[in-house]
Every structure is written in structure tokens, then in C-alpha cells.
Design a protein around this ligand. Structure first.
Ligand code: R2B
Ligand code: URA
Length: 310
């Protein structure tokens, strides 16, 4: 097993360029970003994406389209009258991508394999487009542990189901573990952007990432369940004692792959329920919609502040 826990600095990347730890890419005639329906040979990626500063990812195409509309209004970005934002990756039939000035909004689907593929291609996209110092955000949903539905959670660290602070991947039949380090300063900055009069709490802590929504998150309501309510409560308490305050399904890959590429990144999720109190997501649609806008509000505050300071 190889464990990449040391993060060596590479001089040639100190200019803020995205670190591509793959010597093969430079030697290729063209790089086809298959799942984005883009390519370095078929598209002028510098022209199309060279001004990107923020990459915001979330699970569903609809939510990312809504975020794109929202951030467009928030940063006052104008598109020609009578035109609409369009899904750049529409013909991939996999992910959706919208560009609003310096903000790229992309859907990542559910789970580590889906976000992992996307991250490979988005990180390569940043490299081909010669983007400097991009900041990545995952804006998502989660289950809370001991926190109310509607609470916004900023991840300090991502851990796997065994509470390991790394993302394990199998490469050539071997386990490769990469640390799930997130930017502590970015966590503090985001937390400071919560307002005292926000009608909800914004908290930070460890996030557990699982490869399943049901048994993998200790739910009693899946198609299969071979443990009882007491086992589940005990497990939730064990997680809480270890500093875990929320559970979702992409954080380890997101944290590890951005860190490995030298990209500053943060994960902000809204809790849909308190897992001590239940398993089913039963808040009404309108309530869920309002809750899901909360991480977007925080990220928008960050982006606006950044752009105002420039
Ligand atoms: C949160 O919500 C999804 C499961 O419902 C999953 O993508 C996640 O991380
Ligand atoms: N997403 C998850 O992965 N788990 C939950 O409980 C809610 C949203």
C-alpha cells in the first residue's frame, strides 16, 4: 500500500497553475475530456475557460443550473439580452456545466466514482485552460449527527467509513491512499461569512463519506438491514465522539483529489435531517429547496467578497 501523506512542493507550480501529476498528458496530441463533451483539440479551452476562478460542484444538474442563475444575479454578470445560460456539457449526457464569468458550476452526480471521474476531467480542464489558483467548492446535502435539519455544515476534514482521513483507491491492483486535507483558512473564512441574523446555524466539523446511502450510513430503512435501532444509535454516538457531525457521499474523493492537485477547496453541505432522530428525508419539498439554497448563499458571499476585493 502506498500512502501519500507528504505533500512535496514542486517549484514549477508555484505560479498557481494546477498541478497535473501525470507526465503523459503533455505528450498527447489532444486530450478528450469525454464526460464533459470537451477536448483540448476540439475546443479552445484557454479562450473558453481561462478566466475561471471558482469551480462550484453539486449533486444534481437542476441544482447547479439554479446556482448558476443565482450567482449570475449575485455577481451582476450579464449575458446578451434574450439569451439563456447553456449547459456546456449537455451532449455528454453525464454532467451539466454552466459558466457564469469566473464561476464554473458543474453537477457531480452521486458518490465517489461519479465525482472522481468529474474531478479528473475538471482538474485537467483547469490545466489546459491555464487557470491559476482556482478555488473549488462542493455545495451539497448531508445527514446531520446531532444537528437539526437546515443547519449548514462546513467540513474541516473528510473521513471514510472507518474514520480514516484518507481516500483509498485501487490502482493497478494496489491500494493507494491520499490524505483528505481541506484548507483550514478557507473553513474559517467561510464560517466568518455566516451572519448572526441567518435563520439557521452554520457549524464546522468532520464529515464522514460513505459509499452507500442506506446500510453504509447506518439507516434502518433500506431494502436490507441486519442491525437494530440500538446498534445504529451506538454507531451515531461513536461518530459524534470522533468529531463527525455529518455524513455524505463525495467528500473524501473531493478533498483528496483537490489537495493532490494543489487546489484550495471547501465542502459546504446542508443537513436534511438529524440522524439521531430518523432516517427518512421527510421535510416538504419547499422546505428542502429553501435549505438547499443555504450553502449556495455562503459560497456566493465568499465569491462576491473575493471579486469586490480585486
Ligand atoms: C448527499 O446526497 C446524496 C444522496 O442522497 C449524495 O450525493 C450526497 O453526498
Ligand atoms: N445525503 C446523504 O448522503 N445522507 C443523508 O442522510 C442526506 C443526504
Amino acid at each position: 500500500m502506498s500512502l501519500h501523506l507528504e505533500d512535496e512542493e514542486i517549484d514549477e507550480y508555484r505560479d498557481g497553475s494546477v498541478r497535473l501529476r501525470n507526465p503523459n498528458i503533455e505528450l498527447m496530441d489532444q486530450d478528450i475530456l469525454y464526460h464533459l463533451a470537451l477536448g483540448s483539440g476540439s475546443h479552445d479551452l484557454v479562450e473558453m475557460f481561462g478566466d475561471v476562478k471558482f469551480v462550484c460542484m453539486g449533486g444534481t444538474p437542476k441544482r447547479m443550473e439554479q446556482f448558476a442563475e443565482y450567482i449570475m444575479a449575485e455577481i451582476g454578470h450579464k449575458i446578451p439580452a434574450g439569451t439563456a445560460l447553456h449547459d456546456i456539457s449537455q451532449y455528454s449526457y453525464r454532467y451539466s456545466m454552466y459558466k457564469v464569468g469566473p464561476v464554473l458550476c458543474v453537477s457531480h452526480g452521486m458518490g465517489i466514482p461519479s465525482i472522481g471521474i468529474l474531478l479528473h476531467e475538471i482538474i485537467k480542464l483547469m490545466y489546459h485552460a491555464k487557470v491559476k489558483d482556482p478555488i473549488f467548492f462542493r455545495i451539497g446535502t448531508c445527514g446531520g449527527i446531532g444537528i437539526e435539519g437546515g443547519t449548514v455544515v462546513i467540513s474541516e476534514e473528510a473521513v471514510d467509513e472507518m474514520l480514516n482521513p484518507y481516500h483509498e483507491q485501487h490502482v493497478l491492483g494496489k491500494k493507494v491512499c491520499r490524505p483528505t486535507t481541506l484548507d483550514a483558512k478557507l473553513v474559517r473564512e467561510l464560517k466568518a461569512l455566516s451572519h448572526a441574523d441567518d435563520p439557521y446555524d452554520t457549524v464546522s466539523g468532520k464529515t464522514m463519506c460513505t459509499s452507500d446511502f442506506y446500510e453504509g450510513q447506518g439507516r434502518l430503512d433500506g431494502a436490507f438491514c441486519e442491525f437494530d435501532e440500538n446498534d445504529k444509535k451506538e454507531y451515531m454516538q461513536k461518530l459524534l465522539d470522533a468529531g463527525v457531525i455529518n455524513i455524505e457521499m463525495e467528500s473524501t474523493a473531493f478533498a483528496a483529489l483537490t489537495h493532490f492537485a494543489g487546489i484550495k477547496a471547501a465542502i459546504i453541505c446542508v443537513a436534511l435531517l438529524d440522524r439521531f432522530k430518523g432516517d427518512q428525508v421527510c421535510a416538504p419539498k419547499e422546505v428542502l429547496n429553501e435549505w438547499q439554497a443555504r450553502p449556495q448563499t455562503l459560497v456566493s458571499r465568499y465569491i462576491r467578497r473575493y471579486l469586490q476585493r480585486k
